[in-house]
Design a binder for this molecule. Structure first.
Ligand SMILES: NC(=O)c1ccc[n+]([C@@H]2O[C@H](COP(=O)([O-])OP(=O)(O)OC[C@H]3O[C@@H](n4cnc5c(N)ncnc54)[C@H](OP(=O)(O)O)[C@@H]3O)[C@@H](O)[C@H]2O)c1
Length: 338
């Protein structure tokens, strides 16, 4: 525990701290200074936060927080508004809120630009709401805004049982698109189908490109949401229809690969790289409003809902990281904070 360092009230909050970037250094709960309220922001008393694959990378020093962001882990949270900056309109103390964060979610309090916040729909449990912001906004940005998935199109998502995958299945279905996923076990494939995937391919047993060619009668898919990178690049490009878009959001399978530029040219393919965390508050605010416009009603009706694998107490963050590293989960891993 350390001494207070001039926080507003002198009161500390609890947060998960990982000071050393060295692998194997355990996550631990400590008392730290709460964040200062900034112009245009809300203070949230955090109910829950959720893990993202990026947290594992940040911990190992590969994905540092953008300048000005909290050094703590945590890219999303749910909770209750406890303070509103004077110029902010539309939010009041006591509102149920979920927020996209550039960091800091593994803590009792966060301060976040009001534009990055969404209201928690009535039918959604406040704890479970922490599972939504990062994944639904990532899928909306990449699949719908950048890659322009339309009704009737085929979408392929790698890692259908991931946080991102489970959101993508629901959102593609809500938009009237057809969705194929890859996953690492028959059980995960079955759960993806139950969630709405039209096709689920066990990538450990089947060649996804060959399976997709069969399913689409050689036509290919319009959009691929890919977090694997190098290892799948060739098969991804082969699986796209003419004019298809590959959106790269992760590099779990390596950062380097050879690419046939002739294939890109002749089949008019697009490869798009994208990160959400480093975008400006104005960009995030526009993204949130765009999401609400397109998917707000699907969120209200429960057509898009949090898919929660398990909820652990904040102090068990280390165990939650182990589960994610081993890919034992389906959907999101949550940490209960308050
Ligand atoms: N760029 C951005 O803005 C952005 C934003 C959010 C997330 N992301 C990225 O999106 C990815 C998913 O994030 P998440 O938080 O949802 O992670 P997650 O829940 O941990 O899911 C990752 C899943 O990928 C699956 N996987 C591993 N190797 C695979 C392979 N070769 N083929 C198919 N699936 C494979 C694993 O499940 P099984 O192997 O058991 O099926 C694993 O559960 C991560 O790479 C993350 O960095 C990027």
């Amino acid at each position: 525990m350390r001494e207070p360092q001039g926080s507003r009230s002198g009161e500390l909050m609890q947060a998960i701290v990982c000071e050393s970037e060295a692998e194997g250094n355990p996550l631990r709960l400590e008392d730290v200074d709460p964040p200062e309220l900034k112009p245009g922001s809300l203070r949230i008393q955090v109910t829950a936060t959720a893990l993202n694959r990026a947290d594992l990378m940040q911990r190992r020093g590969f994905y540092p927080p953008p300048p000005g962001a909290s050094p703590l882990l945590g890219l999303e949270c749910s909770g209750v508004v406890s303070e509103v900056a004077p110029e902010v309109t539309g939010w009041a103390k006591g509102d149920r809120v979920m927020a996209l964060l550039a960091g800091g979610g593994y803590a009792e309090q966060v301060v976040v630009d009001a534009g990055s916040c969404l209201r928690v729909p009535e039918g959604v449990d406040l704890t479970e709401a922490a599972a939504l912001p990062e994944v639904v906004l990532t899928v909306f940005l990449n699949v719908f805004q950048l890659a322009g998935l339309s009704e009737g199109d085929w979408l392929l998502v790698h890692g259908g049982g991931s946080g991102i995958g489970t959101a993508a299945i629901q959102m593609a279905q809500a938009a009237g698109a057809r969705v194929a996923v890859t996953a690492g076990s028959d059980e995960k494939c079955e759960r993806c189908r139950a969630l709405g995937a039209d096709v689920a391919i066990n990538y450990r047993e089947q060649d996804f490109a060959a399976e997709l060619a069969k399913v689409t009668q050689g036509h290919g898919v319009a959009v691929i949401l890919d977090s694997i990178g190098g290892a799948y690049l060739e098969k991804n490009l082969a699986s796209l229809e003419v004019g298809g878009r590959l959106v790269l959001i992760g590099l779990m399978g390596g950062a380097k690969a050879e690419i046939s530029l002739g294939q890109l040219l002749m089949r008019r393919l697009q490869v798009i790289g994208s990160t959400l965390r480093t975008r400006t508050p104005a960009e995030k605010s526009a993204l949130v409003r765009g999401f609400e416009q397109k998917f707000g009603s699907a969120l209200q009706t429960g057509a898009i809902r949090p898919i929660v694998d398990r909820i652990l107490p904040l102090e068990e963050a280390e165990e939650a990281h182990r589960v994610m590293q081993a890919s034992e989960h389906f959907g999101k891993l949550l940490l209960q904070v308050g």
